[in-house]
Structures are given as structure tokens and as C-alpha cells.
Design a protein around this ligand. Structure first.
Ligand code: ZN
Length: 50
């Protein structure tokens, strides 16, 4: 079962079409962290999601 994440799932996030799917939660978080750095210029997801 794949893990999925979408920025739009989190209220308070700036509107974002970021959406990721990975085989493991660890891999998924690597995608999220990279996306946060590239698309948001920081990593708010770490605070929100964990
Ligand atoms: Zn995003």
C-alpha cells in the first residue's frame, strides 16, 4: 500500500498542487522535504505533519 501526501490536505498551507506517492513513509518524507525546500523555500511540512 502506497503512502500519499498532498499539500492541499493541510489547512493553512499556501495553495499548492504538490502531491506525492511513495512505497514507504520514509521515502515519502524525502519527497516532501525536497518539495518544501524547492517550492516553499522552507520546510513547514515537517512541523505540520509530525
Ligand atoms: Zn507544497
Amino acid at each position: 500500500m502506497a503512502f500519499t501526501y498532498a499539500c492541499s490536505d493541510y489547512p493553512g498551507m499556501a495553495p499548492c498542487l504538490g502531491r506525492f506517492t511513495a512505497e514507504t513513509e520514509v521515502e515519502l518524507w524525502e519527497h516532501i522535504e525536497l518539495h518544501a525546500l524547492v517550492a516553499h523555500g522552507e520546510d513547514p511540512h515537517r512541523v505540520v505533519g509530525r
